[in-house]
Write a protein that binds this ligand. Structure first.
Ligand SMILES: Nc1ncnc2c1ncn2[C@@H]1O[C@H](COP(=O)(O)OP(=O)(O)O)[C@@H](O)[C@H]1O
Ligand SMILES: Cc1cn([C@H]2C[C@H](O)[C@@H](COP(=O)(O)OP(=O)(O)O)O2)c(=O)[nH]c1=O
Length: 195
């Protein structure tokens, strides 16, 4: 099973993934956590060059990293029977690359033929909650600096809607709500799907 998590920076993706992994491990499921950009040379290059490259160039670097990620990591772990939890996937490109000036259809054409998740989770929160969370971070990425959370939130919902029209199964998680309740809701949904 393949589940992805996207949404604005600081919305709580990493936290939700960590807690969900604990919940699933408690239910004796094998879980594999991964993220994009990956820890490979390509992923590291993306993190180092996001100030230097934008628009189509960054979109294609991210898609190259994603292609390699699917082939070398995601599919092998799914085939081994793990529930793969991935921090950022195609919806992040529909948010970040769109902030950078591409249209959603341009982004999707660069991501054509990529593995469709069994569930795509859009993690979001209030603008004020997000700005409070980001204020704790010592370094901000170009996207966090140059674009507003309000726009990221808006695009997160648009990305979800766009992908729903393409047959993706989308679940929205509001991290202003209780973390425990959110994890139970997602965890139960996954347990039903895998049983
Ligand atoms: N209900 C909640 N769900 C998720 N994160 C929460 C929640 N309440 C508070 N947080 C906090 O919000 C911050 C979100 O950070 P993080 O998970 O790193 O976000 P992201 O991965 O989306 O950038 C963390 O400091 C986390 O402890
Ligand atoms: C996954 C992804 C990343 N990126 C770029 C922009 C981000 O600033 C950069 C790093 O992503 P980020 O999620 O900030 O990674 P980390 O917290 O692991 O350092 O990668 C995209 O432009 N599109 C994407 O779909």
């Amino acid at each position: 099973m393949f589940i992805t998590f996207d949404g604005p920076n600081g919305a709580g993706k990493s936290t939700v993934i960590e807690e969900l992994a604990k919940y699933l491990a408690f239910k004796e499921k094998q879980v594999y956590i991964t993220k994009e950009p990956t820890e490979t040379e390509i992923g590291k290059y993306i993190r180092e060059s996001e100030e230097k490259y934008a628009s189509y160039t960054l979109a294609n670097l991210v898609a190259a990293d994603r292609h390699n990620h699917i082939k070398k990591e995601i599919v092998p772990y799914i085939n081994k029977g793990h529930i793969v939890l991935c921090d950022r996937y195609i919806p992040s490109s529909l948010i970040l690359q769109v902030l950078d000036g591409l249209s959603m259809s341009e982004v999707m054409s660069i991501n054509t033929g990529f593995l469709k998740p069994d569930l795509s989770v859009i993690v979001y929160a209030n603008e004020s909650t997000i700005s409070e969370r980001l204020s704790d971070r010592s370094t901000l990425t170009r996207f966090e600096r140059d674009f507003s959370s309000e726009r990221e939130i808006e695009l997160s919902f648009k990305a979800g809607k766009y992908l729903e029209e393409l047959g993706y199964k989308i679940e929205y998680i509001d991290t202003d709500e209780s973390l425990v309740k959110n994890i139970e809701k997602l965890g139960d949904m996954i347990m039903v799907a895998v049983s």
